[in-house]
Design a protein around this ligand. Sequence first.
Ligand SMILES: Cc1ncc(COP(=O)(O)O)c(C=O)c1O
Length: 363
Amino acid sequence: MAGLIGRPVQDLDTPALLLDWPAAQRNLRKMADFFREGPARLRPHFKNHKCSELARRQLEAGSAVGITCAKLGEAEVLAAAGIEDILIANQIVGLAKIERLVALARRVPRLRVAVDDLEQSRLLAQAAEAAGVTVGVLIEIDIGMGRCGLPPGQPAVDMAARLTALKGVRFDGLQAYEGHLVAVSDPQERWTRTRQAFEPALQTRRMLADAGPPPGIISGGSTSTYAVTGRIEGIDEIQAGTYVTMDSMYRKLTPEFEVALSVLSTVISRPGPDTSVLDVGLKGLGHEFGPALPKEMLDAPCQAFLAEEHCIVRDGPDWKVGRKVELVPSHACTTCNLYRQLHVCEQGRVVDVWPINASGCLT
Ligand SMILES: Cc1ncc(COP(=O)(O)O)c(C=O)c1O
């Protein structure tokens, strides 16, 4: 690994995951500057890159309260890297995981988890109490996505009252994620609908305040809605993830951030004058939002098709076999999960290599 530092990016064997560090740093600064004004703070979502070195830089950039993650295994990696404030924005269900969560709570000064089921919350509370720890819980409410969460309003208020009565867990507020709106292409429509979607969350918080126990925080938001969610009084932290690496889908939604992530690949065949075949495909590129595209041709009318281990580019430049090409994936989060190393690059040279130490963490 040390042997790679200082080497030209073009010398890397492929496929290799690259992070354009000056671009990523500009993204970090832009987001930190935005959140300096408040009222919300940033809680970057680790699921984007799964690299604890990059998570540490997100905290160092400022305006961040801690890190969000999706999986218990990711939280364990973050804890091992010394991150002290972690939100698992997901339900942790079953005794095997609850045991791990309680063990983690011994090591992490501030650990929170999303809940939406009373029985599982009781199991967590019992295990935590027996271990002499307290785990912070956010009740997840469904503000329209139709994934996890209780309905906003009275069901959440009732559950908060029950949680407050338990030892071993501490009711810390609400989680609300507007995942059904993040890809709305027109920004004005996205922001208006996002404001409307959070209204029931804010109303639930007012009901909690009236009902007695401290209402706690609201945590939610994303890269494509931070501009509004970050400025709504009553929303405390924004779980934006993709802003640091970006990808070809988010590039259309939030053009103020730069594409910093790419997969370096090699042209391995030229079966025809208009066709180049590269050495990475479905197994090395997250493709949920379309095929990856050559970085130099993001706005050009070139077409790419993915097979398991190949990317076939039509109507692209007249590349020679052996030429190295950077591909921008359509989905950064599922791409990073496929790699073990992030090659941090500056002006065409590798300046660092960071382990993607939570890649493949599914449990
Ligand atoms: C719970 C939660 N919060 C926030 C996000 C936002 O992430 P991003 O900023 O990458 O869209 C996600 C995305 O999947 C999520 O699941």
